[in-house]
Unconditional design. Structure first.
Length: 175
C-alpha cells in the first residue's frame, strides 16, 4: 500500500561546472547512482558523501543517502538525510514522500500528513502520494478530505483500486 520512491535521478541531474579541479559533485552523484543501481551500496555511500564534501546542499546526494538509510531500516538517519534534502531543495518532491512514508510507519501521522500534502503540492500527479494522504486523513477522522484524496489518486491511476480492495472510488452520500 505504501510506495517507496526509488528515483532514478540521472535524468534529473542539472550538470554544471563547479569551477574546481578534481571530481565535481554531480560527477560523484552520477557515479554513486551507477554503483547504487549495481548493488554496490558502500561505494555509492562513499560517492554521495564525497559529493557532499564538495557541495554540502546537493539534494540528490542527501536524498539518496536517505534512501539507503531507509532501506537499511536506519530510521533516524533516513529522517535526517531526507530533512536535509528538503532543506536544500524544498521543491524536490521525493524526500517529502519518502519521509512521509517513514513517519507514518512510526505512527507520526500528523507529520506524515503535512509531508504528503507538500508532496502533492509539488507534484499533483503523484497518485500514490494522494492515496497515502487520503488513507491517513481517513484514519485521522477527516473522512471527506481523505475521500477526495483517494478519488484523486484513482483518477490518476485506476490500478490503485487494488490497494483499496478493488473499490472503484470512495464516496459519501453527499458526494
Amino acid at each position: 500500500m505504501r510506495y517507496l520512491v526509488v528515483a532514478v535521478l540521472t535524468g534529473m541531474l542539472m550538470l554544471g561546472a563547479c569551477g574546481q579541479d578534481g571530481p565535481h559533485a554531480d560527477d560523484l552523484v552520477r557515479s554513486g547512482l551507477a554503483k547504487h543501481r549495481a548493488g554496490n551500496i558502500e561505494g555509492a555511500v562513499e560517492d554521495y558523501v564525497s559529493a557532499l564534501e564538495i557541495e554540502p546542499k546537493n539534494h540528490f546526494a542527501l536524498y539518496n543517502l536517505g534512501l539507503i538509510a531507509q532501506s537499511r531500516n536506519e530510521a533516524r538517519s533516513a529522517e535526517e538525510w531526507y530533512r536535509r534534502a528538503i532543506d536544500a531543495a524544498p521543491d524536490f518532491e521525493a524526500p517529502h514522500f519518502n519521509l512521509a512514508l517513514l513517519l507514518s510507519g512510526q505512527g507520526r501521522t500528523q507529520e506524515a500528513i503535512e509531508l504528503y500534502r507538500a508532496a502533492v503540492g509539488i507534484n499533483p500527479d503523484h497518485a500514490e502520494a494522494h492515496l497515502n494522504l487520503g488513507l491517513l486523513l481517513i484514519q485521522s477522522g477527516l473522512d471527506r478530505e481523505g475521500e477526495r484524496e483517494i478519488n484523486a489518486a484513482l483518477a490518476l491511476n485506476p490500478d490503485l483500486a487494488g490497494e483499496l480492495g478493488g473499490a472503484d472510488a470512495v464516496g459519501s452520500p453527499e458526494g
